[in-house]
Write a protein that binds this ligand. Sequence first.
Ligand SMILES: Cc1ncc(C[n+]2csc(CCOP(=O)(O)OP(=O)(O)O)c2C)c(N)n1
Ligand SMILES: [Mg+2]
Length: 342
Amino acid sequence: MAQANSKQQSRGGIQLPPGLTDEDLLDLYGTMVLSRAIDERVWMLNRQGKAALVASAQGHEAAQLGTLWALRKHAPEFFCFAYYRDLALWVGQGLSARDVLLGYTAKEGEPISGARQFPMHGAAMRLKVMNLSNVVAAHVTHAVGWALASKLRNQVNVAACFFGDGAASQGEVHESMNFAAVQRLPVVFFVENNRYAISLPIRKQMAIERVAQRAQAYGMPGVTVDGTDVLAVYGAAAEAVQRAVKGGGPSLVEFDVERYLPHTSDDDDSRYRDRAEVEAGRLRDPLKRLQEWLSRSGVLTDEHDAALRRQAKREVDEATEYAEAAPYPDAGDLLEHVHAPR
Ligand SMILES: Cc1ncc(C[n+]2csc(CCOP(=O)(O)OP(=O)(O)O)c2C)c(N)n1
Ligand SMILES: [Mg+2]
């Protein structure tokens, strides 16, 4: 756990949450730039017929990265249970552009699942992230199981569980939250609410305004914050993580985010989403928002910004070239890891 510095500082008229430094902010911003560059590239490769399926994280990045930085600062140990839209989280935890590109192009050397599809499904214990299933919400029980194990072992190992608004209506989520609250487990439920489950708008899958309203009924605190504002995300996540660390049990943190692109590259959102709505959502760009605020605050110069973007492009170009040239895995490996780890 990094040492949180307790002195609160102001940047561009905004109070920094305690513990966040300018270096953190630049590091987080650079990670967001890289994640966006990878995301745009894999979408483009899909359009060229080189990547089979893409679920974009564009619009969700601040929710994922603000949370990650809160975990790093405030949890002695943590583990992330991610879902398919969590590219920025993976990149934040050190999955390289090359590894991501190997996954999307299904090439040999991909470290998480040996290039099995969907991309970025599998476990990376060294990165403290796993995304074992594409079955919506199936991992929420795993996260609660992790938190239970850490409590039984007297460890402080926070389980961070990420899922969408649609997943929030799955049976496993209700059971998991109820069990976690009864047992006061060190788990935080992070809901990335983009108001759609594929084509289904949120008003058709729940009769209340906010997912966070449910928290009270389970017996845990619930809060909704602007998930495109990295500082708001960090603040809310830090509070929930600290509660888990102190033995205060689970929390639900809901992020109000935007899904810029169709559900996946197989989807056509023009059939159910008004263009004006999508364009309005793009005005809440977490990357642009962070960039403008850091520039205004004097933390990020134009030169530094340009250098970070050049570096990200270099990494993504190199990764694309590498992945395109890499061979496909040997078909004889197909059944490896199916029943038991090697
Ligand atoms: C149990 C189950 N039901 C349906 C699906 C098909 N499906 C895949 S993603 C998805 C929508 C999930 O929406 P949400 O949880 O809001 O996440 P988002 O994609 O919006 O980030 C559905 C219905 C599935 N994978 N698993
Ligand atoms: Mg959704």
